[in-house]
Design a binder for this molecule. Structure first.
Ligand SMILES: Cc1cc2nc3c(=O)[nH]c(=O)nc-3n(C[C@H](O)[C@H](O)[C@H](O)COP(=O)(O)OP(=O)(O)OC[C@H]3O[C@@H](n4cnc5c(N)ncnc54)[C@H](O)[C@@H]3O)c2cc1C
Length: 382
């Protein structure tokens, strides 16, 4: 295929995975990131078998497993008493899905992807490049950046996350809505984790209007903690709005004492909060030579823990579509046809799961229960 350069907007997990998937199939990419320095925040993410199969194809799964935590048992606990209501072992997940779920420090995954991308082409990452608009014609796309710079490419891929400027440029009438929930996040060193929480390895506790999840990272040396709580109050989007231990603990009043102790033990200054946004699925991801992936294409609530996994799946399918197509238009068509139904399904399922978690009479259905982990992005038709 006669494609000289593919531009990717956003050097998050999705953008870097896409860059690597395309590079490994012989395509030249240029990745534009608005941040002054290309890095990930220090927070956790669960990477499940479906995405791990894509990471195997990209050559980073083994190194990721070596620096992450295999979550031994996923415990669903009563929010107030801590009684274990359901336990799903890693072994069970491995038996059913082929690979265990990993508790991953986001920066570790991001660094592995970035190292591999730079090994393919040391000059392809461009920091301090905020995409603000584009023009396209039959032959390609010109991206515009804040400050007046431009870049020309045969194809442009928006991997610029939930508040995607590419998506807003393509579909200006479609805006995210605050979904009535605030998220808190924190990392806690192992020594500060109460023994009963450490013994359970991972705890998910849904109480009325609230949801708390913790799981280990980096071989158990760090515990990742996320709390979601219903709220009328608006909080800005973004992962780094400071919050206090008291504010976090107050939001989870009535939770079992050991989980509240975990919240109180978060090192000072290490609690962050933000408002969750939700968007409706799009009927179209591609306009001419421009498409999207990851949160830009299908932003989802975090209740199935699949957003980053979907971005990684998208990335591999994009690379595979380009590898077998005769023209960019064919590649983009193949990519969207393969990915949009899956992205929409997981986006809507995550929303549904969020409602289920608020209603104790409803039975929880995890990503595994829904069969999402069986998907193999390395072999599904594209
Ligand atoms: C509380 C919580 C828990 C989660 N847990 C999980 C989990 O366990 N498992 C899972 O799979 N997913 C999880 N997710 C979802 C996951 O974090 C996201 O889906 C994932 O980060 C999306 O990756 P992305 O690369 O598409 O976007 P992002 O990670 O948002 O990256 C976008 C990149 O684009 C850059 N950018 C933005 N605008 C511009 C611009 N105009 N120009 C240039 N660059 C730009 C940004 O700086 C950023 O680097 C969770 C999400 C939340 C909120």
């Amino acid at each position: 295929m006669d494609v000289k350069q593919i531009a990717i907007i956003g050097a998050g997990i999705g953008g870097l995975a896409a860059a690597l998937a395309l590079q490994r199939r012989g395509f030249r990419v240029a990745v534009y990131e608005r941040a002054k320095e290309i890095r990930e925040i220090g927070a956790g993410v669960v990477i499940t078998a479906n995405a791990r199969r894509a990471l195997q194809d990209l050559g980073v799964d083994e190194a990721l497993e070596a620096c992450s935590s295999t979550i031994a048992v996923f415990h669903t606990c009563h929010f107030a008493t801590g009684e274990v209501l359901r336990a799903v072992s890693s072994e069970d997940i491995r038996r059913k899905s082929g690979l265990a779920s990993l508790g991953v420090y986001r920066a570790d995954l991001h660094n592995l992807l970035m190292k591999s991308v730079l090994a393919q082409d040391p000059h392809c990452l461009h920091a301090h490049s905020e995409f603000v608009g584009l023009e396209q014609d039959g032959a390609g796309v010109t991206a515009r950046f804040a400050g007046g710079g431009t870049a020309r490419a045969d194809v442009l891929v928006g991997a610029d996350g939930n508040a995607s400027a590419v998506r807003t440029f393509l579909f200006p009438d479609e805006q995210p809505k605050f979904n009535g929930q605030i998220a808190f996040r924190a990392l806690i060193p192992e020594a500060l984790v109460p023994a009963s929480v450490r013994q359970r390895d991972s705890v998910m506790a849904a109480g009325p209007g609230r949801y708390l999840l913790c799981y280990p990272l980096r071989g158990g040396r760090i515990m990742n903690l996320v709390g979601l709580v219903q709220s009328d109050a608006w909080e800005e989007e973004g992962w780094a709005i400071p919050a206090t231990n008291d504010e976090f603990a107050r939001a989870f009043a009535g939770y079992e004492p050991d989980l509240l102790e975990l919240i109180r033990n978060i090192p000072a200054g290490d609690v962050f909060k933000w408002g969750l946004r939700d968007r409706e699925p799009l009927k179209q991801w591609t306009v001419g030579r421009v498409t999207m992936l990851g949160d830009a294409a299908h932003p989802m609530t975090p209740f199935l823990g699949q957003g980053a996994c979907m971005a990684i799946e998208d990335a591999l399918l994009l690379g595979r579509a380009f590898a077998i197509s005769a023209t960019p238009d064919e590649a983009l068509r193949r990519y969207e046809e393969a990915r949009r139904p899956r992205g929409t399904l997981v986006q809507l399922s995550s929303r549904e799961e969020g409602l289920t978690l608020q209603d104790p009479s409803k039975k929880r259905r995890t990503a595994q229960d829904r069969g999402l982990l069986d998907y193999d992005p390395a072999t599904v038709p594209v």
